[in-house]
Design a protein around this ligand. Sequence first.
Ligand SMILES: Nc1ncnc2c1ncn2[C@@H]1O[C@H](COP(=O)(O)OP(=O)(O)OP(=O)(O)O)[C@@H](O)[C@H]1O
Length: 637
Amino acid sequence: LTDSEILIKFKGSLSNASALDNWSDMTNPCKGDISNWNGVICHKGFVIGLQLEGMGLTGKIDVQTLIGLSVLRSLSFMNNGFDGPFPELKKLKSLRSIFLSKNHFSGAIPDDAFEGMFKLKKVLLAENEFTGAIPSSLAALPKLIVLRLEGNKFTGKLPKFSATNFASFNVSNNELDGPIPATFSKMDFKSFSGNKGLCGQPVNECNTPNTSTSISTTSNTSNSNSNSESTSKKPSMVCIIVVGIAMAVALAAIVVAALILLQSLKRTSEESIEAPPLPSDLKKKTRSKEADRSAQGSPSEHSSNGRKKADMAKLSFIRDDGERFDLSDLLKASAEILGSGCFGLSYKAALSTGPVMVVKRFKQMNNVGKEEFHEHMRRIGRLSHPNLLPLVAYYYRKEEKLLVTDYIEKGSLAVHLHGHQALGQPSMDWPTRLKIVKGVAKGLSYLSKELPSITAAHGHLKSSNILLNQSNEPLLTDYGLIPVINQENAQELMVAYKSPEYLQLGRITKKTDVWSLGILILELIIGKLPPNFLPQGKETEGEDLASWVNAIPQEQRKNQVIDKKISGIKNSEGEILKLLKIGMSCCEGEVEKRLDLKEAIERINKLKEKDSDEDFFSSYASEEDMKKGMCDDFAIS
Ligand SMILES: Nc1ncnc2c1ncn2[C@@H]1O[C@H](COP(=O)(O)OP(=O)(O)OP(=O)(O)O)[C@@H](O)[C@H]1O
């Protein structure tokens, strides 16, 4: 059967499937990475995922038919009306993700239900009616990083899990009992709460008779003073030693890091100057690509002669019409460190011939092969929009990659919002802020259309990745990088992976960039820096901006939320409140309730600099609604 026939047959087993009306055997489900069939995810012409969420589907999940989709990696039926036993998904050995949360599946899951699914990384079964023990075959999965079982009726003990590196784990609100394995002791207690019988760290409610601490302290009252004295002394000695060792190790680490950095810079510089001629096959490839580069925008080799030629080839240029330079030119240029972001250092390099470039070093792109990297950079390089900072050139070496762009004199939005104020310079006025939001929205819209196969087409939207040109038009940077960043590092560093859906469910969606846009809107209105967008913010420290707004009573928001330092807001407060409302709808924690990008952009585009009389009244009317608790967009989650 073809993919199209398989999917049509599969649809036949579903009930209430009107959301899949555009599945038709007259068309192909996949054109390259694009699909016009609702909920079908494609890669290189193959169906790799079904994302059939919140479609009101019921009926049977015909797993047998899906076996025909040989590269199916992800199945999501979340938030539908499926019931009955756990489907026999182990027949689909290539699956990486199973999302069945928020349905009515029930009964015990067979102990061997996950047997042989060695590639499985994410399993979401939350908020169903499953009973019985957590299957040992699930606990044995070696690559599991996300497991969500909360809100079921699982019983028995928590099994020992083979995987130890969970990005998200939750078994709360079940009927589990017994001790929590020590490997989970550092997790958030909320992941285990609501299970009356579970005990041990992090819940700390173990009440078994053989837990000895409290018993021994009461029975040895006569010794208690001396014991407590000696225990209070011992830790302080230990502390001093530990702190001493830690300081010595930290110092040594700093020295080693500095040496490595110097060595690496030196090596890069030497390699670029001493670069051997290109291997002939790569040269051939480069030359043959010259032929179609005008159509493809492919990198080209600027030929002159000898070693110069080889050096030039080391930097791959996206366009033909710009100034050419090589790595050694960049390294010889007068350079200035712009900052150390999540991925490494960024330098500003003023070339002796005039142009000023920015070189950003990435060490976290080691999992992609050379061809894959070149292909992706060419894809990024073909993008062209007034709100995107174009990639000028890139450099590939196995251990590190460099991306080169023009230097933008005016710097980033982050600096204008937060840095300039700290220096006592005037804060950005409302019309400029509005212009920036509109430009960012246009850039995002373009990216999502041009990079449909990347779930979060930007993936790293934050105020330091928005530069401002001389007329304050925003230019997005660091976009489209998710496919080439190492997964582990991406999870730690990229903004998309700090979204609620990633933190709670271990997934990013088409609406993840919308969430970042919402946070950016709030940052522009409130004038506060979002805590978890800081480079070092691996953990969310402090509440996010949306929770901060939500904690402020409705009637006080106009006065407390809008940054007092924004100039030019007279007669614009109605419009600012409308933007605030859009920002909050973009920050909706539940993906289904969040605005989609198109809707958000439409609403942003309607905003004006000044309130009209009508807007003035309607914004106040909506404030009244809020007071009455009728405004869903502001509902406290
Ligand atoms: N082309 C550019 N022109 C001017 N300033 C830039 C340019 N690219 C980056 N910057 C600025 O240089 C600084 C360092 O940028 P970098 O991208 O390394 O880190 P970041 O944006 O803070 O974090 P991340 O690595 O997560 O993107 C930031 O303030 C950024 O706004």
